[in-house]
Design a protein. Structure first.
Length: 101
């Protein structure tokens, strides 16, 4: 419940290994930095928190969740699953939602 209040943009969050790792599901908004970038480009960006990984990708609501590779291009209004450490959660959200002007 606390996560839903603190992070309303997170569609769901799972805490694993007694809270040592978190998996979150985020919608990629329009006009954001990650739109039309590959998973590899995102992973190499110095602003993307170290130790975080994009582990799932759903291009559209009606499509199945897939395991992305480095060449997977993220689209607007798609969904990603990201694994991260609890201390990096806010950074991950800020990075994914960072919109261009």
């Amino acid at each position: 419940m606390v996560n839903a209040i603190e992070y309303p943009q997170v569609q769901s969050i799972m805490h694993l290994e007694h809270g040592q790792i978190e998996v979150l599901k985020l919608l990629i908004p329009n006009n954001c930095y990650v739109v039309n970038r590959t998973v590899a480009e995102i992973a190499q960006d110095s602003r993307f928190p170290k130790g975080s990984l994009i582990i799932g990708y759903q291009p559209h609501r009606h499509e199945d969740l897939m395991i992305p590779d480095g060449s997977t291009v993220l689209e607007a209004d798609s969904t990603v699953l990201i694994v991260t450490k609890p201390g990096s959660l806010h950074q991950v959200i800020d990075f994914i939602e960072g919109c261009t002007s």
